[in-house]
Design a protein around this ligand. Structure first.
Ligand code: HDE
Length: 703
């Protein structure tokens, strides 16, 4: 019997092996209340008591069970990446990659492998806002036929540190300060910048963190990176070094800082909601997986070390080869069971994929398993539905908290009593048949605590990043450094950071110094370079497609409903989502007297929750909106954030003086640097929608 609301919000009718497995664990709502022992309960509103006004009795097992279970509902949040959102989907390769890897899920064009992806922020706790300046986690679990493969990446291609032993120091520095647990979801405080100034290997990552990449418009519009150099291994056992890239179909787009801060208050779930709603609406987000392949014999052909996670391989040097696509098409049914309990681990690899000696990766391979043991309470977390492989599991591991399986047979090896089962595949096993064999590589050296000389250049690629930015991106980076360092109380910490930035670019260091009351440094002798990598600039990463963008149309009584309907239709044809907002919910009276449906009341929304704003036509409607502070704020704020703003007929007046240039009553459409206007004539609605969609496709007009 179906009871209660539909909880999945899923648009997908698609079934795969993971979904069928999950189905066995799904617990639909049922009509009758029972205890956990399955006993029907007569009353859950009153505890058992001795008389009307008497004390509660210990005998009330239902009360005790109910409250005890509640007391134990929370588990420790992730020490980093505590706030996240997840979704299911699939990955399918474009072609066989057998030449480089025998990974089963990369062998056949079009063969789908189920995935679960969790996006996250890093610094803030579970309840922090989405739109903070931070790195975003981008962790993918592939449920392959040869076992689970986890690609636990971020939306930046580099990391703060080179050696995992620095991770606790780094995290202690960036997290809220210990005495007062401030600030939440922000790196703008003394301990973070103190650490970074003293640890110059952070500099390249800081350039990314201060760029708009750290405030993505949507999880659906950000890149993902495996960061480390990994290794592909083919069926003959030949290795190829590989870096992984996720490229979003919708292009890369960010918020602006002021908008991000307002959105953090207006909708702390901004990115989470965006992902959920897009999937529920059938706008399934999609990424292309690309690889940079480096033959092992070329390992030393670069002027940086491929084992150093603070470095990228510029795409101009080694192109990114697209190998497949991932689509997310199903929201989870239960946040805790799935998104919270999903356990990623960098050491979850499958035959055909292997590690390198990257000291950050080596350390992560210890940390992720360890952290799940405390977070999920014991060694059986891989039996949780979301973590279960679709591949058969058959180990000699036994017992432990929360054991879900009634195991049988012997649990040691070798055995004769169990028929020698389960048997390992033995030496010479076939990688391609799904048996993992560690890549054979020669390892020898003195036991030393030392960073390789090849890890010592901390500035060249930070400079490369800076050189590659457009003017507006540079302005945003300078403003971000000024904001963050401006929050630092300790002046020597500010000065040390400016000194580091001087090794990146003298102009950058000077601009930052001037904003934070620090004496600009002298130009350093030597150093620096002019090289750039266009692939690093977001200005070059737009999709040129307005699909799935959200537009607010402001309307009031007297609105020209026909024109709005035509514009909505025109934008919908380009995949744009339109919502009509009016001073009150329900409907407004259109100019022709009919009732025109409203999607949202203006006071409940804000311009930061949309990609663009259009003011509808109709004299009476425009006059009413002109007297509405919420409406005026909508338009001016969207304009200030560089978003497309549009006006139809009399609605053009709200865009301010000069905006109606070119918009003649005869139905002309004008579009200039994100301001799109049209006359009151119904005939121009289609052309207005077309021009507005083009402006939307450009995302922002920074000037
Ligand atoms: Fe993580 N990281 N990390 N990290 N990381 C965790 O594992 C760690 C690093 C990343 O959605 C933790 O389950 C160490 C790089 C993501 O569940 C923990 C080091 C990259 C997620 C941990 C790093 C990441 C985590 C905390 C330095 C990008 C969220 C909870 C050597 C390539 C996964 C957990 C999810 C989570 C350790 C550095 C990405 C403590 C020791 C580099 C996306 O195990």
């Amino acid at each position: 019997m179906a009871v209660g609301p539909e909880t999945t919000g899923s648009g997908a009718g698609r079934e795969d092996e993971k979904d069928r497995q999950l189905e066995e664990f799904r617990d639909p709502p049922k009509p009758s209340l029972t205890t956990d022992q399955g006993v029907r309960v007569d009353d859950t509103d009153n505890a058992l008591r001795a008389g009307d006004r008497g004390p509660t009795l210990l005998e009330d097992f239902h009360f005790r069970e109910k409250v005890t279970h509640f007391d134990h509902e929370r588990i420790p949040e992730r020490v980093v990446h505590a706030r996240g959102s997840g979704a299911y989907g699939f990955f399918e390769p474009y072609a066989s990659l057998a030449e480089y890897t025998c990974a089963d899920f990369l062998q056949e064009a079009g063969r789908r492998t189920p995935v679960f992806v969790r996006f996250s922020t890093v610094q803030g706790p579970r309840g922090s806002a989405d739109t903070v300046r931070d790195v975003r986690g981008f962790a993918t679990k592939f449920y392959t036929r040869h076992g689970n493969y986890d690609l636990v990446g971020n939306n930046f291609p580099v990391f703060f540190i080179q050696d995992a032993i620095k991770f606790p120091d780094f995290v202690h520095a960036v997290k809220m300060e210990p005495q007062n647990e401030m600030p939440t979801g922000a790196s703008a405080h003394d301990t973070f910048w103190d650490f970074c100034g003293l640890q110059p290997e952070t500099t390249h990552m800081l350039m990314w963190l201060m760029s708009d990449r750290a405030i993505p418009r949507s999880f659906r519009m950000m890149q993902g990176f495996g960061v480390h150099t990994f290794r592909f291994v083919n069926a003959e056992g030949r290795g190829t070094l590989v870096k992984f890239h996720w490229k979003p179909r919708l292009g890369v787009a960010s918020l602006v800082w002021d908008e991000a801060q307002i959105a953090a208050g207006r909708d702390p779930d901004f990115n989470r909601r965006d992902l959920w709603e897009a999937i529920a609406a059938g706008d399934y987000p999609e990424w292309e997986l690309g690889v940079q392949l480096v033959p092992e014999e070329d390992e030393f052909a670069f002027d940086f070390d491929l084992l150093d996670s603070t470095k990228i391989i510029p795409e101009e040097q080694v192109p990114v080869r697209p190998i497949g696509r991932m689509v997310l098409d199903r929201n989870p049914q239960n946040f805790f069971a799935e998104t919270e309990q999903v356990a990623f681990h960098t050491a979850n690899i499958v035959p055909g994929i292997d590690f390198t000696n990257d000291p950050l990766l080596q350390g992560r391979n210890f940390s992720y398993l360890d952290t799940q043991l405390i977070r999920l309470g014991g060694p059986n977390f891989s039996q949780l539905p979301v973590n279960r492989p679709v591949a058969e599991v058959s180990s000699n591991h036994r017992d432990g908290y929360g054991q879900q399986v009634i195991q049988s047979g012997t649990s040691y090896f070798p055995n004769s009593l169990g028929g020698g089962c389960p048997a390992h595949a033995g030496a010479g096993a076939d990688l391609a048949a799904g048996v993992f064999t560690h890549y054979q590589r020669r390892v020898d050296g003195d036991a030393i605590r030392r960073r390789s000389d090849s890890f010592q250049d901390h500035y060249s690629q930070a400079t490369l990043f800076w050189n590659s930015m457009s003017d507006w991106e540079r302005q945003h980076i300078v403003a971000a450094f000024r904001f963050e360092l401006g929050k630092v109380e300790n002046v020597p910490v500010r000065e040390r950071m400016v000194e580091n930035l001087n090794h990146v670019d003298h102009g950058l260091a000077t601009a930052v110094a001037e904003g934070i009351g620090v004496t600009p440094p002298a130009k350093p002798a030597g150093g620096g370079h002019n090289a750039a990598s266009p692939a690093l600039s977001q200005a070059n990463l737009l999709a040129g497609d307005p699909a799935t963008r959200k537009v607010a149309v402001l309307a009031a009584d007297g609105v020209d409903a026909g024109q709005v309907a035509a514009v909505r239709e025109g934008l919908a044809a380009r995949g744009v989502r339109v919502e009509v907002l009016a001073p009150r919910d329900g409907s407004v009276r259109a100019a022709d007297g009919s009732a025109f449906a409203v999607d949202r009341a203006l006071p409940t929304m804000a311009s930061v929750l949309y990609d663009a704003v259009v003011v509808a036509g109709g004299d009476e409607s425009a006059a009413a909106l002109s007297a509405e502070p919420d409406a005026l704020r909508f338009v001016t704020e969207a304009y200030r954030h560089g978003k497309p703003v549009g006006g139809l007929g009399a609605g053009v007046r709200l865009l301010g003086p000069g905006a109606d240039r070119g918009a003649s009553p005869s139905g002309e459409v004008a579009s200039e640097r994100g301001v799109v206007t049209a006359g009151g004539d119904a005939s121009c609605a289609g052309r207005f929608a077309e021009a507005f969609a083009e402006a939307l496709a450009q995302h922002r007009f920074p000037d």
